[in-house]
Design a protein around this ligand. Structure first.
Ligand code: ZN
Length: 493
């Protein structure tokens, strides 16, 4: 789950670079003045870095991936045999052991990197409206909700408080402590479905998720007894969607869109009183692990290309699209190379990150332990935007570096994963510190139109993954990962 929005526009330089699709050895670069007029040709730098043999190997990798169900089988095991993998859980540990053992079986050099992670366990979660304007005698209204990660508990028997509905932080501020203290605050920010339908769902997510992340804390700061948000979600099937929230010291939850609407309607008519029970438990921090597995480079083993996804998930569903799929396609990148007996010059490092969802402890530990090697990290790829049909990559790197990715992306043209979209933000939460340190960073970008229908809900399950689309994702990660690991020169910064 990237926490930052993607930029919606495709700069013209990248669009033009996309036209240089055909390798014509030894020809001079196409004149920049009329890029639409000639037969696209590789630039000199592209020709120098992509031998004919490398281009053949990239096609061979793609073809193999498009008929390989290794990644799908990994997702199936992680989701159906292991289950939800929230930080600190026995399932998270089982997933670490499983992925490590699978990668050892592939012949990789596997290390477990210890990470201190939060250990929070969901409890009962119920709510009902017990008093409201126009209430018919003997009635109440059930509210469907779920606790946000790290939420504190209400008393076991629940608490009763009036609900105040706000649409944004400004409205909360205007109400002030006088009207907020002792109450339950509901942030009724609506996820913009039209943006999602138009293909910019991560922008819609970025706009709405601020309230999930910071709303309960803002309410607590004004004396609220609990903080609720409207679920950050794109499909109205009365499913609550959980997620990270800044520790607020009060119970924090997400109600479904339907229930947010109900509460807002009734609150517009008068007083609304809720009985709220959330009984999660917070335990002392637990030990988790990043799985780090190297396929050692033959010429420059010290130069590293990271391919990655995160192994932890939320606990409501089984974390298939977020993010067993990302881990699985990273694993398959190594599996394909081993199957085809391809030995890249540089080290391909598969990382299954721990704790992306509950605070990012895995990424922080990796930065602490490896930042002195970041100058030798040639590039880092993460897949954490689902498992749907891939469109290409969001990238944060120099224009020269992006230009050198183009021949590899062209190999993916048969299924359309050719977009290279510059991002001003790191294109993956777990690779963000590498990106900030100057490591060229790539986020595999999928068709995200339905991602937030399921994201962080009980409906994030294996059946949401279309096997052929997951194969395309594996092909994209494996082709670009291998190109980065075997190009003549390391990708420039
Ligand atoms: Zn995620």
């Amino acid at each position: 789950m990237p926490s930052v929005p993607f930029r919606p526009t495709l700069p013209i330089t990248i669009l033009l670079a996309a036209l240089s699709t055909v390798a014509v050895a030894q020809n001079p670069p196409a004149p920049a003045t009329n890029p639409f007029g000639g037969i696209p040709q590789m630039t000199q730098a592209q020709q120098e870095n992509y031998s004919a043999q490398l281009l053949d190997q990239l096609t061979e990798i793609k073809t193999a991936a498009l008929s390989d169900d290794y990644a799908y089988n990994q997702v199936a095991h992680l989701t159906e045999n292991i289950g939800p993998r929230i930080s600190g859980s026995p399932q998270a540990k089982a997933a670490v052991d499983y992925v490590a053992s699978e990668l050892r079986q592939l012949g990789l050099d596997v290390q477990l990197e210890e990470v201190k992670v939060p250990h929070w366990v969901r409890g009962a979660e119920t709510a009902e409206l017990v008093e409201y304007s126009g209430q018919v005698a003997g009635t109440s209204q059930k509210i469907v909700l779920t606790a946000l990660g790290g939420s504190t508990a209400t008393p076991a028997e629940g608490l009763n408080a009036d609900v105040v509905v706000v649409n944004n932080f400004d409205e909360l501020k205007k109400l002030g402590r006088e009207h907020v203290a002792g109450k339950i605050v509901l942030f009724n920010e609506i996820f913009d479905k039209q943006k999602a339908a138009a293909g910019i769902s991560f922008i819609a997510y970025g706009e709405a998720v601020r309230y999930r992340a910071a709303g309960p804390k803002a309410a607590a700061d004004l004396g609220a007894v609990a903080g609720l948000v409207r679920s950050v979600e794109n499909a109205d099937y009365r499913l609550p969607h959980t997620g990270f929230s800044v520790p607020a010291g009060i119970p924090a939850g997400a109600v479904t869109s339907e229930d947010a609407e109900l509460i807002a309607h009734l609150a517009a008519q008068g007083r609304v009183r809720m009985h709220l029970t959330l009984t999660p438990q917070k335990f002392p921090d637990a030990i988790g692990y990043n799985v780090i597995a190297d396929l050692k480079g033959t010429e420059h083993p010290e130069q590293i290309v990271v391919v990655s996804g995160h192994l932890d998930s939320w606990d409501l569903g089984t974390g298939a699209i977020d993010d067993a799929a990302g881990v699985a396609v990273a694993m398959e990148s190594a599996e394909i190379l081993q199957k085809l007996h391809l030995h890249p010059k540089r080290t391909l490092r598969v990382i299954a990150w721990m704790d992306e969802e509950s605070g990012g402890a895995g990424s922080q530990a990796y930065t602490k332990d490896h930042s002195s090697d970041f100058p030798k990290h040639v590039a880092a790829i993460e897949s954490d935007s689902g498992a749907a049909h891939p469109l290409g990559f969001d990238i944060r790197m120099s224009a020269n570096a992006a230009d050198l990715l183009r021949p590899a992306l062209n190999v993916l043209e048969s299924f359309g994963a050719t977009a290279l979209q510059p991002s001003s933000y790191p294109p993956g939460a777990d690779i963000s510190s590498m990106s900030e340190a100057g490591v060229p960073a790539l986020g595999l970008r999928q068709d995200g139109r339905t991602y937030f229908n399921y994201h962080h809900s009980a409906a994030d399950t294996l059946d949401k993954i279309v096997p052929s689309e997951l194969r395309e994702n594996a092909a994209a990660m494996a082709v670009v990962g291998y190109a980065l690991a075997d190009m003549k020169e390391p990708l420039p910064r």
